[in-house]
Ligand binder design. Structure first.
Ligand SMILES: [Zn+2]
Length: 56
């Protein structure tokens, strides 16, 4: 049986578990995120998923 003092919460950005003891961070919606994932997200322009125009 596993007994963790902290439950693993998936990062809403990368879906990997967030270690709440080390990566206690939350986005504007209060969802658990890795600090670096959040920084990447807020520092990269995001047009939104509805606009599927990949300028490549
Ligand atoms: Zn993440």
């Amino acid at each position: 049986m596993k007994s963790r003092p902290f439950p693993e919460v998936p990062c809403v950005i990368c879906s990997k578990p967030v270690d709440l003891r080390a990566d206690l961070s939350a986005d504007e919606n209060g969802k658990a995120v890795h600090t670096e994932c959040y920084v990447k997200r807020i520092t990269s322009p995001q047009s939104g998923p509805s606009i599927a125009t990949m300028a490549d």
